[in-house]
Design a protein around this ligand. Structure first.
Ligand SMILES: Cc1ncc(COP(=O)(O)O)c(C=O)c1O
Length: 398
């Protein structure tokens, strides 16, 4: 049987990982500035995470949500403390798509309304409601098409005002990434978020912060929206929550009441996933990784801004984007194949940095040195760059 060929893949087989590094099957070491797609939060194979999962596996991996699962409550308590959302309620799922799908559905149940407001360049995933709220026609199948979602321009206060004045009473939810990931690291302004909050209050709509990529400490505050002092009614989470173990969740404000049967899942909140998520919360707290993301992120952003050849450096914490001009458009491939550094991208020309929250300053410097050198060579003479670079700047063997 063949795999369903939907991913354009690089011909690299990663077999080992530790902290901010991974190794391929030939022993080559790579610096992971991509965090396996913003998923690695506390660092690859963190010993506490490995131990917690191993211990749990020896006890029980799964039983259904029809019985008491105390480890879910333990996770809710510790996550409530870490996120300062002690009064919120936690519903556990398996992925970001499920988190958004359930959040949107819950908002509709809660308000009895149908309209969802989403924004230009938003990405909320590929399942039916989530993809309908995603601004990319190529991934919306005919069956996903709906008139219930309205897209407004991101950060456009006037458009938001006009929309709410006309349709406000029909709006179930506004869903927003405070820092858009797939869209290219676009940061929502404080004024815009405040206006979204005000309109949601005035018209009793639910504000959903999609924190799947920008949340869980990545932006240097636990949730990206925390930095603005504005609260959401529902926070959706996944990626960094399990450090690679599949788990997602939604945090639900106390005024949104549950009803038996309203939401449900077979695998969501299973013992093993909760053990992984607990390890992540514990390590984030103990190792002060939110603070680290802020400090190392600020350092990286400031240094990147001094490199003339790249443009429009933006982001917060360890969620950083910059534009790569046409003359050096092979930069990302050079970094990966010649210098063994993983980065992310956003079409058409943005490099996205989404490393582990535990990234050390010396690893950030390692990245910056290679970046500067690669840009220098590419600017000098592209052909020379490729042949020189193939010798590598450092020893990549494990
Ligand atoms: C902002 C945002 N929302 C939702 C998702 C979907 O998460 P998952 O792939 O776990 O379903 C992603 C994934 O990239 C994302 O970046």
């Amino acid at each position: 049987m063949k795999l369903f060929d939907v991913y354009p893949i690089n011909d690299i087989n990663i077999v080992k990982a530790k902290g901010s590094y991974v190794w391929d099957d030939t022993g080559l070491q790579y610096l992971d500035m991509y965090g396996g797609h913003a998923v690695i939060s506390i660092g690859h194979t963190h010993p506490h995470w490995v131990r917690r999962i191993e211990d749990q596996l020896n006890q029980i991996a799964f039983y259904s949500n029809s019985v008491q699962i105390p480890i879910q409550k333990e996770l809710a308590t510790k996550l409530g403390r870490l996120s300062s959302k002690e009064d919120y309620q936690l519903f556990l799922v398996n992925s970001g798509a499920e988190a958004n799908e359930n959040a949107l559905k819950l908002a509709s149940f809660h308000t009895g309304r149908k309209k969802i407001v989403a924004f230009s360049k938003a990405f909320h995933e590929r399942t039916s409601l989530a993809v309908a709220a995603t601004d990319n026609k190529n991934i919306v199948a005919p069956v996903n098409e709906t008139n219930n979602i309205d897209f407004l321009p991101f950060n456009d206060e006037e458009a938001l005002k006009n929309y709410f004045q006309t349709y406000g009473k029909q709006v179930a939810a506004v869903i927003i990434e405070c820092i858009q990931g797939v869209g290219g690291i676009n940061v929502a302004s404080n004024n815009f978020l405040q206006l979204v909050r005000n309109f949601c209050d005035e018209y009793k709509a639910v504000l959903i912060a999609d924190e799947i990529q920008c949340g869980y400490g990545r932006s240097g505050t636990f949730f990206a929206i925390d930095g603005t002092g504005i609260h959401a009614d529902i926070y959706t989470m996944a990626k960094g929550m399990g450090n690679g173990f599949p788990i997602g969740g939604i945090l639900i404000a106390p005024h949104i009441q549950p009803k038996h049967g309203m939401l449900g899942t077979t695998f969501g909140g299973n013992h093993l996933a909760c053990a992984a998520a607990l390890a992540v919360v514990e390590v984030i707290e103990q190792e002060k990784l939110v603070e680290n993301a802020k400090e190392v992120g600020n350092f990286l952003i400031n240094e990147l801004k001094t490199i003339d050849a790249i443009k429009n450096v933006r982001g917060r914490g360890l969620m950083i984007g910059f534009e790569v001009p046409e003359e050096i458009k092979t930069l990302r491939k050079e970094l990966l194949f010649q210098h063994h550094i993983f980065t992310g991208e956003a079409k058409p020309n943005v490099i996205r940095l989404l490393p582990a929250l535990s990234l050390e300053k010396k690893e950030a410097n390692e990245f910056l040195d290679v970046l500067r050198e690669t840009i220098h060579l590419l600017n000098k003479q592209p052909e020379v760059a490729i042949s020189n670079a193939s010798t590598g700047f450092r020893n990549h063997k494990s």
